[in-house]
Design a protein around this ligand. Structure first.
Ligand code: SME
Length: 159
């Protein structure tokens, strides 16, 4: 396997286009979701300057923290709670330009200012979410949403 990821450009769309085939090579033949979640977090961290990137996985009536890159984080989030719990409840991606304006936002870190949370589906149920946080306002746009949703559909296909 490759020892590091390779990017030719600082252009966001180009970097996403270059990331996916490298991730496919890295994890495409691995079946274990923990290994794959861990490498997806590390790859997204290498490809970005995002503050926190991590998975929460549905366990009963809570989301439980999975593999992540970044500072320590909340271990459990209830159904419908915070941005992650809302993505679970609504089954919809949450693109939050300013977490201070999101009712019930859970501040694991006071530094986090904007978020993108994408639900992951298995058998039409939410299996978990990918949570990406930035220390700047309005970091994420429709391109990030499209590309991260595409990545999570691909990851879900490996579950
Ligand atoms: N901000 C999230 C909680 C998780 S952390 O930011 C890592 C939320 O409101 O769901």
């Amino acid at each position: 396997m490759a020892e590091q990821l390779f990017f030719t450009s600082t252009d966001k769309s180009t970097r996403y286009a270059e990331l996916l085939p490298q991730l496919e090579a890295l994890i495409g033949s691995e079946q274990d979701p923990i290994a794959n979640m861990a490498n997806i977090c590390a790859a997204l961290k290498a490809a970005s300057n995002w503050f926190w990137i991590g998975f929460y996985v549905v366990r009963g009536n809570e989301l439980v923290l999975g593999p992540f890159q970044g500072p320590i984080a909340c271990s459990r989030i209830g159904f419908g709670k915070g941005v992650c719990g809302t993505a679970w409840q609504t089954k919809q991606t949450q693109l939050v330009p300013d977490v201070a304006a999101f009712p019930g936002h859970i501040a694991c870190s006071a530094l986090s200012q904007s978020e993108l949370v994408v639900p992951i589906f298995k058998d039409e149920q939410v299996w978990g979410v990918l949570d990406i946080d930035s220390t700047e306002l309005a970091t994420f746009d429709a391109t990030d949403q499209y590309e991260i949703e595409k990545l999570m559909k691909w990851f879900a296909g490996l579950l």
